[in-house]
Write a protein that binds this ligand. Structure first.
Ligand code: AMP
Length: 637
């Protein structure tokens, strides 16, 4: 048994040997002639000359051995439905949708924007694109019309695929109506819009000559056989626009071969999932996690993947754990926000079901604070692995790798650099390498490993400028995150380099202060933002969600808790990090992917316009911030 240290070293020192070996995990229609071509840094080409297809590897390849095994299980607690598809059924569905797309004029290299809720049809559409070599761009359903229009204009799709609607907390979300609106705003509208009707919008408008009914068209393509298009490994497979960016969206572009190999390897080394086993990833398919760990990695590995439409607390906070029990889930993947939501309910929900099948719970997407990490680990009695990655990387950068070696978990830490990533922590002052316990910028020495973005869609120059030009005189990939490595080699992510606040000349990550506030046992979660201060430049201000609202029902209660929190921060971080005020709210403004909208909060606190709110999950949360701030100006805590 190798150690993760040796494993990592080998992946960096002998990139070609390491990845050449991993490439055997997938089927190649034509073998590659070179593992890595890196003559034009920072552009890395993996498995040059090789030809393969993602859909073949995810579906067709499994038919002989596991055709009757479930590939996909769809569970919707929104519309109260469950459906499952064997690999053979998935093969038929995907071919049918591929034939439908071809009939609408979609061919190799054409873009297809998919704007759909978590439903099997969305998975069919994604895999159908992969099958015919079309480039899919899935846009998360929470985006507003203007954001979708910006993505349409960047991708210039031949086709858009949507549903009449989705559902969230029992309320319909109208997808098709929003597509119509976005097309009105766009300069490069698609010729056709394929619409899957779920019966969630009785008044759905239809644009004659453009809109095509899914079921009607599917009826004409029953039993269709559409062969896989063999693509050179470096051709684009998909575009995924990064969340939370303002201005022109960044279209992260992924390749074919490198992506397939990275997915397959990660399923064994990181997630410990194998053929015939079940994975439950709670993400939306519109995020990188959904692409990688609902669809591509599980199916390439021959697993059963559960796709879920709903929230973690409906019909009750035990719903996910019941799914784990009923479907014998071995690997589960979720986000810290979801766990913090669950943390507001009784811990007994974690004990109600038989979770003996579950090996690990993986969490990613945002910082996992130490108390939440401890709460869920103890509650489940299972290893909970915090791992760190970005839309850009497509798979984990920092993680435990239980498929290579079992290493102890430290709460609040995403463990170690994954194989393939030559990670460095550089001092901001002079770009030299930081020592233990020293806060620094997380960078990656290129070439980026297989599976990471190959460029930005249609914008090589922006790819180089944004990601590889921030360290003077060197070509290094910047993650835009602060990190720290402790004496034992464990890493901690301290928030974005672009979310830093400066208090009297001291630079502080808002995440560091949040972590300190969260140490108070009465706090469920919080957001800390920098607010302009005449004396000190900026001051941190905290907005906290309490576990027990009764605690802050009176002005006295609020004042008492505010004082206690300040003391906790003093203790954890020092008085420099102490928030100028702590306000109590019932929920925090977040994007639908769970990222706190710190910029909007600090804008409100500074009396400015909160900016682009198209991705906000619940606009009522901003009202709460406004009310809290208004109370403050009247002198009430
Ligand atoms: P996105 O591309 O939208 O998934 O956002 C990626 C960013 O989320 C990273 O750059 C980090 O700032 C943050 N992030 C993701 N995973 C973690 C994690 N495990 N711990 C801390 N921050 C994380």
């Amino acid at each position: 048994m190798t150690t993760i240290k040796d494993f990592h070293r080998r992946s960096i020192q002998d990139k070609e040997g390491f990845w050449g070996n991993e490439a055997k995990r997938i089927d190649w229609h034509k073998p590659f002639s070179k593992v890595l071509e890196y003559s034009k840094p920072p552009f890395a080409k993996w498995f040059v000359g090789g030809e393969t297809n993602l859909c073949h590897n995810a579906v067709d390849r499994h038919l002989a051995e596991r055709g009757e095994q479930k590939a996909l299980v769809w569970i919707s607690t929104e519309v109260d439905k469950e459906e499952s598809y064997t690999y053979r059924q998935l093969h038929a569905e995907v071919q049918r949708v591929a034939a439908m797309m071809v009939s609408l004029g979609v061919g190799k290299g054409d873009r297809v924007i998919i704007y759909m809720p978590n439903t099997p049809e969305a998975v069919f559409a994604i895999l159908a694109c992969a099958r015919i070599g079309a480039v899919h761009s899935v846009v998360f359903g929470g985006f507003a019309a203007a954001s979708l229009a910006a993505r349409i204009d960047d991708a210039k799709p031949a086709l858009m695929v949507t549903s009449d609607g989705g559902s969230r907390m029992g309320k319909p979300v109208l997808y098709k109506a929003l597509v119509d609106e976005s097309i009105k705003l766009s300069q490069f509208p698609p010729k056709s819009v394929l619409v899957f009707r779920r019966g969630l919008d009785a008044n759905m408008p239809v644009v004659a000559g453009r809109d095509v009914d899914w079921v009607e068209l599917a009826g004409k393509h029953k039993g269709a056989q559409v062969p896989c298009a063999w693509l050179e490994s470096n051709e684009p497979s998909y575009i995924l626009y990064t969340s939370g960016t303002t201005g022109k969206p960044k279209g992260v572009q992924r390749d074919v071969g490198g992506h397939a190999v990275a997915m397959a390897a990660s399923m064994e080394y990181i997630y410990c999932g194998g053929p015939g086993e079940t994975i439950f990833t709670t993400s939306d398919i519109g995020w990188a996690v959904g692409h990688s760990y609902i669809i591509y990695a599980p199916l390439i590995a021959g697993m059963t993947s559960i796709i879920y439409e709903g929230v973690p607390i409906r019909p009750d906070p035990g719903v996910w754990w019941k799914i784990v029990q009923d479907h014998k889930v071995k690997v589960m993947f979720s986000a810290p926000t979801a766990i913090r939501v669950l943390k507001k309910s009784d811990i007994s929900w974690l004990k109600k079901y038989d979770l003996s099948s579950l090996k690990h719970l993986f969490l990613a997407g945002e910082p996992l604070d130490e108390p939440t990490h401890a709460w869920i680990s103890e509650g489940l009695g299972k290893p909970v692995i915090d791992h760190y990655w970005q839309t850009e990387t497509g798979w984990p950068v920092l993680t435990a790798m239980p498929g290579v070696e079992q290493t102890p978990i430290k709460f609040g830490s995403p463990s170690f650099p994954a194989y393939g990533y030559d990670l460095k922590l550089l001092r901001e002052s002079d770009s030299s390498e930081a020592g233990a316990d020293e806060k620094a910028v997380v960078v990656i020495e290129p070439p980026l490993p297989p599976g990471c973005m190959s460029t930005l869609w249609n914008d090589d120059a922006r790819f180089v400028k944004t990601y590889f030009s921030t360290i003077p005189g060197r070509v290094l990939y910047t993650t835009f995150d602060w990190g720290i490595r402790d004496k034992d080699g464990y890493y901690f992510i301290l928030g974005r380099t672009d979310d830093v606040i400066n208090v009297a000349g001291h630079r502080l990550g808002t995440r560091e202060i949040e972590e300190a506030v969260n140490m108070h046992p009465g706090i469920a979660e919080c957001a800390v933002v920098g607010v302009a201060d005449q004396l000190k430049g900026q001051m941190p201000m905290a907005f906290a969600v309490v576990k027990d609202p009764a605690q802050v029902a009176s002005p006295e209660g609020r004042m008492k808790l505010e004082g206690e929190i300040m003391k906790t921060v003093d203790k954890q971080l020092g008085a420099i990090g102490r928030p100028s005020r702590v306000f109590f709210v019932a929920l925090l403004p977040k994007t639908r992917s769970g990222k706190v909208l710190r910029r909007s909060i600090s804008a409100l606190a500074e009396g400015r316009d909160p900016g682009d709110l198209t991705t906000i999950e619940d606009p009522a949360s901003l009202e709460q911030i406004k009310t809290a701030l208004k109370g403050a100006s009247k002198g009430t805590p």
